[in-house]
Design a protein around this ligand. Structure first.
Ligand SMILES: [Zn+2]
Length: 60
């Protein structure tokens, strides 16, 4: 079974078929962490990011 390692927490994940929607992360949480890092490096934001800041849709 193909595997990849989460880019944030380095957790090893297995998947079947298509890559997961959260690839290259293990979860929406790690995906948000990465987005947060990217945003904080690109802009000076001196408050906590919210999902709304990142333009994310709530988990279904
Ligand atoms: Zn992760």
């Amino acid at each position: 079974m193909p595997q990849y390692r989460c880019a944030i927490c380095e957790k090893l994940l297995e998947y079947q078929g298509d890559l997961p929607e959260v690839y290259p992360f293990c979860s929406a949480r790690c995906k948000m962490v990465d987005l947060g890092r990217w945003f904080s490096e690109s802009y000076s934001i001196d408050r906590d990011l919210t999902p709304e800041d990142l333009g994310a849709t709530p988990e279904e």
